[in-house]
Design a protein around this ligand. Structure first.
Ligand SMILES: [Zn+2]
Length: 272
């Protein structure tokens, strides 16, 4: 009963602002502007049926949210680009495995492009120097030069929900969807230097694609031919990027690390 009352209270106090959307909320509604759009991906389920998933990031004057679309909801992606005002109606909020909030749309959800509502400008991120980052900083922006690139690491995920899979023998199973044909996700670590300090930046999947400017299919080839990745490492050295994300303490190595949820190449004009 306590949890229920708490849930109701949290929901009632929702302002429709992104900062007030919390994991577990259902039928949320908010407006914002598209900040980043990711490709539609197709996948096969264990029963042989085909699925589609796509996502985009939305910002308002309080924060950012990733919006995940499934099936025919992915059709909206072709109408979206950076800066487009949208209203998201319906869907539930959950926290992904990297600690970022996401809204997952369902069959009754709608994404309204150019809604009648007044749509705030996207909050300017707090830009920090690496030396000024603190443990648990969120929605913070850093800008730096890539000084070291590691090999990508591949792992099996559920094609339906992206959860990491358990392996037994040569079979893979999802906690929610049972035995599945695994899909692959990837993580890439780089070191970034901004003149004040150097920090490890951890990038997952969509962010790896943005950083490398490669598709999922192109990146998956490095799983079978890791040596083909070497030239990319060299190409990335000295390149500048803006990263938005959060700071986490790696307790094993006792150091701060940056997990990116948005990545943008920096062109020279932005530096002036
Ligand atoms: Zn699953």
């Amino acid at each position: 009963i306590v949890a229920n009352e708490l849930g109701v209270k949290i929901f009632d106090s929702s302002s429709g602002k992104i900062k007030d959307l919390f994991p577990g909320m259902r039928n949320v509604e908010f407006v914002g502007r598209v900040t980043q759009v990711f490709d539609v991906r197709s996948f096969s389920r264990a029963d042989g049926s085909q699925g589609k998933v796509a996502s985009f990031n939305v910002g308002d004057d309080t924060g950012f949210m990733r919006v995940v679309c499934w099936g025919s909801q992915t059709d909206i992606i072709s109408q979206l680009s950076e800066g487009v005002p949208v209203k998201v109606v319906g869907g539930f909020v959950r926290e992904n495995q990297r600690g970022f909030k996401e809204v997952h749309l369902n069959d009754s959800s709608r994404v309204v492009v150019n809604p009648d509502d007044s749509v705030p400008e996207v909050k300017k991120n707090v830009r920090k120097s690496l030396k000024d980052l603190n443990e648990n900083d969120v929605n913070v922006e850093i800008l730096g030069t890539i000084v070291q690139v590691f090999d990508p690491y591949f792992f099996e995920v559920c094609p339906d929900c992206n959860a990491r899979l358990n392996k037994s023998g040569d079979k893979f199973s999802c906690p929610a969807h049972g035995e599945v044909v695994p899909s692959y996700s990837y993580v890439l670590n780089v070191y970034v230097d901004d003149g004040s300090d150097t920090m490890r930046v951890v990038l997952f999947r969509n962010q790896v694609e943005k950083l490398l400017n490669k598709s999922k299919e192109e990146i998956l080839k490095f799983r079978d031919a890791p040596e083909a990745f070497d030239p990319l490492k060299t190409d990335l050295l000295g390149e500048q990027f803006r990263f938005i994300g959060r700071v986490k303490k790696n307790t094993f190595f006792d150091r701060l690390e940056f997990t990116a949820n948005q990545v943008f190449p920096v062109d020279e004009s932005q530096l002036k």
